[in-house]
Design a protein around this ligand. Structure first.
Ligand SMILES: Nc1ncnc2c1ncn2[C@@H]1O[C@H](COP(=O)(O)OP(=O)(O)O)[C@@H](O)[C@H]1O
Ligand SMILES: [Mg+2]
Length: 295
Protein backbone atom coordinates (compact mmCIF):
# COMPACT_ATOMS: atom_id res chain seq x y z
CA UNK A 1 0.00 0.00 0.00
CA UNK A 2 1.22 3.51 -0.84
CA UNK A 3 2.40 5.66 2.07
CA UNK A 4 -0.34 7.88 3.30
CA UNK A 5 -0.12 11.43 4.69
CA UNK A 6 -2.65 13.57 6.47
CA UNK A 7 -2.95 17.32 5.94
CA UNK A 8 -4.92 19.30 8.51
CA UNK A 9 -6.55 22.64 7.66
CA UNK A 10 -6.38 25.66 9.97
CA UNK A 11 -9.39 26.41 12.19
CA UNK A 12 -11.57 28.99 10.40
CA UNK A 13 -11.48 31.36 13.42
CA UNK A 14 -7.70 31.53 12.99
CA UNK A 15 -7.81 32.58 9.34
CA UNK A 16 -9.62 35.93 9.48
CA UNK A 17 -9.69 37.29 5.92
CA UNK A 18 -7.31 34.54 4.77
CA UNK A 19 -9.63 31.54 4.57
CA UNK A 20 -9.05 31.06 0.83
CA UNK A 21 -5.26 31.52 0.90
CA UNK A 22 -4.89 29.21 3.91
CA UNK A 23 -6.90 26.47 2.22
CA UNK A 24 -5.13 26.83 -1.11
CA UNK A 25 -1.61 26.35 0.19
CA UNK A 26 -2.54 23.11 1.95
CA UNK A 27 -4.34 21.79 -1.14
CA UNK A 28 -1.45 22.67 -3.41
CA UNK A 29 1.08 20.97 -1.14
CA UNK A 30 -1.17 17.89 -1.15
CA UNK A 31 -1.20 17.90 -4.99
CA UNK A 32 2.59 17.94 -5.12
CA UNK A 33 2.80 15.05 -2.67
CA UNK A 34 0.25 13.03 -4.61
CA UNK A 35 2.19 13.70 -7.80
CA UNK A 36 5.18 12.07 -6.08
CA UNK A 37 3.13 8.88 -5.63
CA UNK A 38 1.82 9.26 -2.09
CA UNK A 39 -1.75 9.32 -0.85
CA UNK A 40 -3.01 12.37 1.03
CA UNK A 41 -6.14 12.84 3.15
CA UNK A 42 -7.01 16.46 3.88
CA UNK A 43 -9.07 16.95 7.03
CA UNK A 44 -10.56 19.75 9.08
CA UNK A 45 -9.37 19.89 12.69
CA UNK A 46 -12.90 18.95 13.79
CA UNK A 47 -12.71 15.71 11.79
CA UNK A 48 -9.88 14.33 13.91
CA UNK A 49 -12.04 13.07 16.77
CA UNK A 50 -12.82 14.19 20.28
CA UNK A 51 -10.21 15.83 22.47
CA UNK A 52 -11.85 14.04 25.41
CA UNK A 53 -11.05 10.65 23.92
CA UNK A 54 -7.26 10.49 23.83
CA UNK A 55 -6.06 7.65 21.73
CA UNK A 56 -9.14 7.53 19.46
CA UNK A 57 -7.03 8.97 16.67
CA UNK A 58 -4.77 5.90 16.90
CA UNK A 59 -7.68 3.74 15.68
CA UNK A 60 -7.49 5.35 12.22
CA UNK A 61 -6.82 2.79 9.52
CA UNK A 62 -4.43 3.25 7.87
CA UNK A 63 -2.35 5.40 10.16
CA UNK A 64 -0.47 8.17 8.34
CA UNK A 65 3.29 8.13 7.72
CA UNK A 66 3.38 11.87 8.41
CA UNK A 67 0.94 14.60 9.41
CA UNK A 68 1.30 18.14 8.05
CA UNK A 69 -0.81 20.70 9.78
CA UNK A 70 -1.98 24.29 9.76
CA UNK A 71 -4.26 23.91 12.80
CA UNK A 72 -3.16 25.67 15.96
CA UNK A 73 -5.81 25.46 18.66
CA UNK A 74 -5.09 23.40 21.75
CA UNK A 75 -8.05 21.09 21.06
CA UNK A 76 -6.67 19.85 17.74
CA UNK A 77 -3.08 19.68 18.97
CA UNK A 78 -4.20 17.53 21.90
CA UNK A 79 -6.02 15.12 19.59
CA UNK A 80 -2.90 14.72 17.44
CA UNK A 81 -0.62 14.29 20.46
CA UNK A 82 -0.85 10.49 20.72
CA UNK A 83 0.04 10.09 17.02
CA UNK A 84 3.18 12.14 17.42
CA UNK A 85 4.04 10.37 20.67
CA UNK A 86 3.66 7.13 18.71
CA UNK A 87 6.48 8.20 16.41
CA UNK A 88 4.56 9.64 13.45
CA UNK A 89 6.35 12.84 12.38
CA UNK A 90 4.36 16.08 12.39
CA UNK A 91 5.31 19.17 10.39
CA UNK A 92 5.32 21.49 12.14
CA UNK A 93 6.00 19.50 15.33
CA UNK A 94 3.09 20.04 17.75
CA UNK A 95 5.42 21.61 20.28
CA UNK A 96 6.58 24.10 17.63
CA UNK A 97 3.01 25.23 17.01
CA UNK A 98 2.53 25.74 20.75
CA UNK A 99 5.79 27.67 20.80
CA UNK A 100 4.24 30.28 18.50
CA UNK A 101 1.72 31.21 21.21
CA UNK A 102 2.85 34.72 21.90
CA UNK A 103 4.08 34.41 25.50
CA UNK A 104 6.09 31.26 24.75
CA UNK A 105 7.40 32.80 21.54
CA UNK A 106 8.72 35.84 23.36
CA UNK A 107 10.40 33.76 26.06
CA UNK A 108 12.06 31.44 23.53
CA UNK A 109 13.14 34.23 21.18
CA UNK A 110 14.68 36.16 24.06
CA UNK A 111 16.51 33.07 25.32
CA UNK A 112 17.89 32.37 21.84
CA UNK A 113 19.30 35.88 21.45
CA UNK A 114 16.95 36.78 18.59
CA UNK A 115 16.60 40.57 18.43
CA UNK A 116 13.00 41.40 19.38
CA UNK A 117 11.49 44.67 20.67
CA UNK A 118 11.49 45.01 24.45
CA UNK A 119 8.43 43.10 25.70
CA UNK A 120 6.68 42.23 28.95
CA UNK A 121 3.89 39.77 29.71
CA UNK A 122 1.35 41.18 32.17
CA UNK A 123 -1.96 40.12 33.72
CA UNK A 124 -5.02 41.82 32.21
CA UNK A 125 -7.01 41.79 35.44
CA UNK A 126 -6.25 45.10 37.25
CA UNK A 127 -6.69 43.55 40.72
CA UNK A 128 -4.04 40.90 40.03
CA UNK A 129 -1.59 43.13 38.24
CA UNK A 130 1.56 44.82 39.51
CA UNK A 131 0.56 48.36 38.57
CA UNK A 132 4.06 49.79 38.89
CA UNK A 133 5.46 47.54 36.20
CA UNK A 134 2.72 48.72 33.83
CA UNK A 135 3.18 52.40 34.60
CA UNK A 136 6.80 52.18 33.54
CA UNK A 137 5.56 51.76 29.96
CA UNK A 138 3.88 55.19 30.03
CA UNK A 139 7.20 56.77 29.01
CA UNK A 140 7.30 54.69 25.84
CA UNK A 141 3.92 55.42 24.22
CA UNK A 142 2.92 54.46 21.62
CA UNK A 143 3.32 50.79 22.56
CA UNK A 144 1.79 47.58 21.28
CA UNK A 145 -0.63 45.52 23.35
CA UNK A 146 -1.17 41.98 22.13
CA UNK A 147 -3.09 39.07 23.59
CA UNK A 148 -0.49 36.76 25.07
CA UNK A 149 -1.80 33.45 23.78
CA UNK A 150 -2.75 32.98 20.13
CA UNK A 151 -2.09 35.37 17.26
CA UNK A 152 -4.53 37.97 16.03
CA UNK A 153 -7.97 36.43 15.53
CA UNK A 154 -10.14 39.57 15.79
CA UNK A 155 -10.06 43.35 16.25
CA UNK A 156 -8.53 44.32 19.59
CA UNK A 157 -6.12 41.37 19.81
CA UNK A 158 -3.14 43.43 18.59
CA UNK A 159 -3.30 47.21 18.97
CA UNK A 160 -1.09 50.27 19.08
CA UNK A 161 -1.84 52.15 22.30
CA UNK A 162 -1.12 55.85 22.81
CA UNK A 163 -2.05 56.69 26.42
CA UNK A 164 -2.45 55.23 29.91
CA UNK A 165 -6.26 55.48 29.62
CA UNK A 166 -6.25 53.57 26.35
CA UNK A 167 -3.96 50.97 27.90
CA UNK A 168 -6.24 50.44 30.90
CA UNK A 169 -9.32 50.21 28.64
CA UNK A 170 -7.62 47.69 26.37
CA UNK A 171 -6.55 45.45 29.24
CA UNK A 172 -10.04 45.57 30.77
CA UNK A 173 -11.54 44.66 27.39
CA UNK A 174 -9.17 41.71 26.95
CA UNK A 175 -9.87 40.56 30.52
CA UNK A 176 -13.63 40.73 29.85
CA UNK A 177 -13.12 38.37 26.90
CA UNK A 178 -11.45 35.85 29.21
CA UNK A 179 -7.93 36.63 27.97
CA UNK A 180 -5.84 36.54 31.14
CA UNK A 181 -2.52 37.89 29.89
CA UNK A 182 -1.23 40.44 27.42
CA UNK A 183 2.15 41.38 26.01
CA UNK A 184 3.26 45.01 26.15
CA UNK A 185 5.83 45.72 23.48
CA UNK A 186 7.95 48.68 22.42
CA UNK A 187 6.99 50.13 19.03
CA UNK A 188 9.86 49.95 16.55
CA UNK A 189 9.55 52.45 13.67
CA UNK A 190 10.93 51.30 10.34
CA UNK A 191 10.18 49.30 7.20
CA UNK A 192 7.91 46.31 7.74
CA UNK A 193 9.14 43.11 6.14
CA UNK A 194 7.29 39.83 5.69
CA UNK A 195 9.31 36.64 5.41
CA UNK A 196 8.73 32.97 4.68
CA UNK A 197 10.94 29.96 5.33
CA UNK A 198 11.02 26.18 4.94
CA UNK A 199 13.60 23.85 6.46
CA UNK A 200 14.66 22.24 9.70
CA UNK A 201 17.59 22.43 12.08
CA UNK A 202 19.34 19.75 10.04
CA UNK A 203 19.64 22.09 7.04
CA UNK A 204 23.40 22.33 7.31
CA UNK A 205 23.73 25.78 5.85
CA UNK A 206 21.43 28.65 5.05
CA UNK A 207 21.46 27.95 1.31
CA UNK A 208 19.56 24.69 1.90
CA UNK A 209 16.72 26.51 3.56
CA UNK A 210 14.09 28.12 1.35
CA UNK A 211 13.74 31.77 2.30
CA UNK A 212 11.86 34.71 0.78
CA UNK A 213 11.13 38.20 2.00
CA UNK A 214 9.25 41.22 0.71
CA UNK A 215 8.12 44.63 1.92
CA UNK A 216 4.61 44.71 3.32
CA UNK A 217 2.39 46.63 0.89
CA UNK A 218 0.44 49.06 3.08
CA UNK A 219 3.19 51.29 4.39
CA UNK A 220 5.22 54.38 3.63
CA UNK A 221 8.37 52.62 2.59
CA UNK A 222 11.82 54.06 3.29
CA UNK A 223 13.90 51.14 2.03
CA UNK A 224 16.44 51.50 4.82
CA UNK A 225 19.47 49.47 3.73
CA UNK A 226 20.26 46.28 5.65
CA UNK A 227 22.29 43.13 5.04
CA UNK A 228 19.92 40.54 3.59
CA UNK A 229 22.07 37.78 5.01
CA UNK A 230 21.43 39.19 8.52
CA UNK A 231 17.67 39.00 7.96
CA UNK A 232 18.00 35.39 6.89
CA UNK A 233 20.14 34.62 9.94
CA UNK A 234 17.68 36.27 12.36
CA UNK A 235 14.67 34.44 10.93
CA UNK A 236 16.53 31.13 10.93
CA UNK A 237 17.58 31.62 14.54
CA UNK A 238 13.95 32.32 15.49
CA UNK A 239 12.64 29.28 13.59
CA UNK A 240 15.17 26.98 15.22
CA UNK A 241 14.43 28.44 18.67
CA UNK A 242 10.76 27.49 18.21
CA UNK A 243 11.46 24.20 16.30
CA UNK A 244 9.51 25.49 13.29
CA UNK A 245 10.08 23.94 9.87
CA UNK A 246 7.41 25.75 7.80
CA UNK A 247 7.00 29.33 8.95
CA UNK A 248 6.55 33.00 8.18
CA UNK A 249 6.55 36.25 10.07
CA UNK A 250 7.21 39.94 10.38
CA UNK A 251 10.36 41.94 10.94
CA UNK A 252 11.20 45.64 11.08
CA UNK A 253 14.27 47.29 9.60
CA UNK A 254 15.09 50.50 11.46
CA UNK A 255 16.58 53.67 9.94
CA UNK A 256 19.98 52.45 11.21
CA UNK A 257 19.61 49.12 9.42
CA UNK A 258 18.96 47.10 12.59
CA UNK A 259 16.61 44.16 12.25
CA UNK A 260 13.94 43.32 14.85
CA UNK A 261 11.85 40.19 14.63
CA UNK A 262 8.25 41.07 15.53
CA UNK A 263 6.37 37.87 14.95
CA UNK A 264 6.82 34.31 13.69
CA UNK A 265 3.96 31.98 12.80
CA UNK A 266 3.63 28.33 11.99
CA UNK A 267 2.71 27.56 8.37
CA UNK A 268 1.34 30.86 7.02
CA UNK A 269 -0.67 31.17 3.80
CA UNK A 270 2.43 31.97 1.66
CA UNK A 271 -0.01 33.89 -0.53
CA UNK A 272 2.43 35.86 -2.72
CA UNK A 273 4.66 32.81 -3.23
CA UNK A 274 2.08 30.06 -3.15
CA UNK A 275 3.28 27.98 -6.13
CA UNK A 276 6.93 28.14 -5.22
CA UNK A 277 6.29 27.56 -1.51
CA UNK A 278 4.03 24.56 -2.13
CA UNK A 279 6.72 22.82 -4.13
CA UNK A 280 9.37 23.58 -1.49
CA UNK A 281 7.16 22.45 1.38
CA UNK A 282 6.25 19.21 -0.42
CA UNK A 283 9.94 18.47 -1.02
CA UNK A 284 10.62 19.07 2.67
CA UNK A 285 7.72 16.82 3.75
CA UNK A 286 8.88 14.00 1.48
CA UNK A 287 12.37 14.34 2.94
CA UNK A 288 10.82 14.03 6.41
CA UNK A 289 8.77 10.95 5.41
CA UNK A 290 11.85 9.22 4.03
CA UNK A 291 13.93 10.16 7.03
CA UNK A 292 11.15 8.82 9.31
CA UNK A 293 11.14 5.53 7.41
CA UNK A 294 14.88 5.11 8.01
CA UNK A 295 14.67 5.63 11.77
N1 LIG B 1 6.76 46.16 18.13
C1 LIG B 1 6.27 46.58 16.96
N2 LIG B 1 6.84 47.62 16.29
C2 LIG B 1 6.34 48.02 15.10
N3 LIG B 1 5.25 47.48 14.52
C3 LIG B 1 4.64 46.43 15.13
C4 LIG B 1 5.11 45.94 16.39
N4 LIG B 1 4.33 44.94 16.77
C5 LIG B 1 3.39 44.81 15.81
N5 LIG B 1 3.56 45.70 14.83
C6 LIG B 1 2.72 45.84 13.63
O1 LIG B 1 1.50 45.16 13.83
C7 LIG B 1 1.38 44.05 12.93
C8 LIG B 1 0.73 42.88 13.66
O2 LIG B 1 1.51 42.48 14.79
P1 LIG B 1 1.97 40.98 15.01
O3 LIG B 1 2.79 40.92 16.24
O4 LIG B 1 2.57 40.49 13.76
O5 LIG B 1 0.61 40.23 15.35
P2 LIG B 1 -0.40 39.35 14.48
O6 LIG B 1 0.34 38.79 13.30
O7 LIG B 1 -0.88 38.33 15.44
O8 LIG B 1 -1.47 40.30 14.07
C9 LIG B 1 2.81 43.80 12.46
O9 LIG B 1 2.81 43.21 11.19
C10 LIG B 1 3.37 45.19 12.44
O10 LIG B 1 2.91 45.89 11.29
MG1 LIG C 1 2.15 38.91 12.38
Amino acid sequence: MRPHLWGIFRERQHSPGREFDDTEILRLVAKHIEAAGYQVSLKGPDELGEAGDPGAVLMADPLPSLVFLMCERLEALRVLGPLEMGGIPHVNPLEAVLNTYRDRMITLLTASGTPIPESQVILCNPSERDQLSVERWADLFPIWVKRADVHNTQTGDVELIRSSEELQDRLVALNARGIARAVLQRHVPGDLIKFYGVGGPDCENRQERWFRWFYHRDQELNRYPFPEEALHAVTQRAAIALSLEVYGGDAIVTPRGEIFLIDINAWPSFALFREEAASQIATWLLHRVRRGALQ
